[in-house]
Write a protein that binds this ligand. Structure first.
Ligand SMILES: NC(=O)c1ccc[n+]([C@@H]2O[C@H](COP(=O)([O-])OP(=O)(O)OC[C@H]3O[C@@H](n4cnc5c(N)ncnc54)[C@H](O)[C@@H]3O)[C@@H](O)[C@H]2O)c1
Length: 276
């Protein structure tokens, strides 16, 4: 990370899960971390862990759906540190269920957080990076963004949009010394299910099974993100299953859809996951 000698990072949704793990990984490398979350108590707890891990943290409450609050987050980085090197647009939620049953208000809820939250983060921090002459945008998407799974429509849609936005920004910012990395993990255990909205028990139980059977960890994904930023990679895809799906979807898109339809439609997926 020689490119960033001042070692300053801002992370949204860092009061829990991946955001917290990433804050701690940066802290171990003696970075300054602006920990933000809509849940201030969670953010404060992360700051404590950051300080115990060798970093220097401070908390700012920020709801990423509110443009003014995300602008203030960028202002806080400027007034505290004179700027920042990295913004991680991490805050996110999950919403599952069959298309016709998902309420419109739930579509708006997830689009506001998972997509508008990332848009707000990019719009608030990129002008700062341009002014500084350097910076890096990390957008947390998901493998669901390139491999749509049935009954996960709202989540798939928002995460695909985050990949598309990141792919748009990468060339847009390339010659201004601003990197962009989009992170696409499969399932790993966090508190994501706590706030999950679902239309029925079966969709929720399937997610629960995925989380419980997942092999990845927030710490592993975090370490990989830092490596990818260091190498200025466009895509951060770490887990073997994510790499496999990425490869199948890119090279054999029709096969992917047929496989999904078969495994899902015939109930094979649910049987394998122990979902009734
Ligand atoms: N856990 C997984 O399996 C997985 C897989 C792929 C991608 N992701 C993505 O990782 C990111 C982090 O999720 P996580 O798994 O750590 O879940 P988590 O629930 O543990 O953490 C999400 C954090 O976002 C915060 N948040 C929610 N709404 C917010 C808002 N409006 N403004 C600011 N903060 C808000 C929550 O308070 C929470 O602290 C999300 O974008 C998620 O989609 C997670």
């Amino acid at each position: 990370m020689k490119k960033f000698p001042k070692k300053r990072v801002v992370i949204t949704g860092a009061g829990s899960g991946l955001g917290r793990a990433l804050a701690i990984e940066f802290a171990k490398k003696e970075w300054k971390v602006l920990v933000s979350d809509v849940n201030l108590d969670g953010a404060k707890e992360t700051v404590k862990l950051v300080n115990e891990s060798g970093g220097e943290g401070f908390a700012v409450q920020c709801d990423v759906t509110k443009w003014e609050q995300v602008q203030k987050l960028a202002d806080a980085a400027v007034s505290k540190w004179g700027g920042t090197d990295i913004i991680v647009n991490n805050a996110g939620v999950l919403n599952v269920g069959v298309m016709e049953k998902v309420k419109l208000e739930d579509w708006r809820w997830i689009i506001d957080i998972n997509l508008m939250g990332v848009i707000h983060g990019c719009k608030a921090f990129i002008p700062l990076f341009k002014k500084q002459g350097s910076g890096h945008v990390v957008n947390i998407s998901s493998a669901a963004g390139f491999c749509a799974m049935a009954e996960m429509g709202p989540y798939n849609v928002t995460k695909a949009a985050v990949i598309s936005l990141s792919e748009t920004l990468r060339p847009e910012l390339k010659y201004q010394n601003i990197g962009v990395t989009v992170v696409c993990p499969t399932f790993f255990k966090t508190n994501l299910l706590d706030q999950t909205r679902s239309t029925d028990k079966k969709s929720y139980d399937r997610m629960d099974a995925f989380f419980n059977k997942s092999m990845g960890s927030a710490e592993g994904v975090s370490r990989h993100i830092i490596k990818c930023v260091k190498k200025n990679k466009t895509y951060a895809i770490k887990q073997p299953d994510a790499k496999l799906w990425w490869s199948i979807k890119r090279h054999f898109p029709n096969f992917y859809i047929k496989l999904q339809s078969f495994v899902f439609g015939r109930g094979i997926l649910d049987k394998a996951m122990g979902v009734k």
